[in-house]
Design a binder for this molecule. Sequence first.
Ligand SMILES: [Zn+2]
Length: 313
Amino acid sequence: MSEIVALPARDTWIHHPDFYNPLSPLVFLLAPYESDIAILYRFGVDTLARRSAFFRDTFSLPRGPQTPAEILREGVSDESPIILPRTLSQDVMDAVLIYIFNASHEYPKKTKFLINLVNGATLFGIPDGITWVQKEFNRNSFSYDSILNAPLEFYIGRRFNIDNLITSGFDGLLLMSFSGITVDNIQQIGEEALQLLLDARAEIEAARKNLAYDGPAYAADEHCETQAVCGQTWDGVWRAIAFPALNHPSARYRLCEIRKVMEAHLGSMCKECKEKTFEAADYALQREERYLARVRKAVEDRWVGKGGNSATA
Ligand SMILES: [Zn+2]
């Protein structure tokens, strides 16, 4: 591979603190284009070659008497290391080595580690690494540091067929504010999902707006003797509490949460009328959930459960 960008000066190369074992035969240099670090690695390449198609193919090339001297010298010392792909980042390289050489209880409990590993495992052809990450993400007791932001979650989920991330990422996209969305985010979401998302959001928004302005009607209990007060309370609380809660630009409530929001303010309404009115309003208040269920179903039909296929994009 021809090097477009020169390697950092030799005197800046450093040994990796964990993955430089002087007893291992081959030396590698990682000098990512995106940074000016240069790190020497020396690890059990045979172990890696047993697990990784990339290392197997690269280091099982026959080396005989015809092999040029510079190839034979390659990797034998710090002075002539084998240059790793320069698009590779240290985080990805380290995640692969941690996965291969460390015990699983030593793996970092970081979501970032999982993402670096699944990227590295894809790049180096380590199918069990991909499967392991998929399993970790799909475990119910997810014990890693943080969940990703919704667009990235959705992207990683689709790219590596991780069902949990696809569904939770899309849920996050449905609810997130689009004001801070970046071009990167849009690429992560992808054309097809973006269309689905925008349609769903428009439908949900319309349903919320309609209901907010034209709230569910008060439904009087037939035995109630204070129907005028009960009816006025309902209408007043809807206007004063439910309407702003449904239209608040940041602290938005779902339609189905409106009962919870209104409840504390309905003290002047009798219990029977309250029950009756919420019962009558239930279908309207579940409208958003019905839209959400429909679009989730569309996402599932399209992307979930494809894990049997190759895990590359
Ligand atoms: Zn009443």
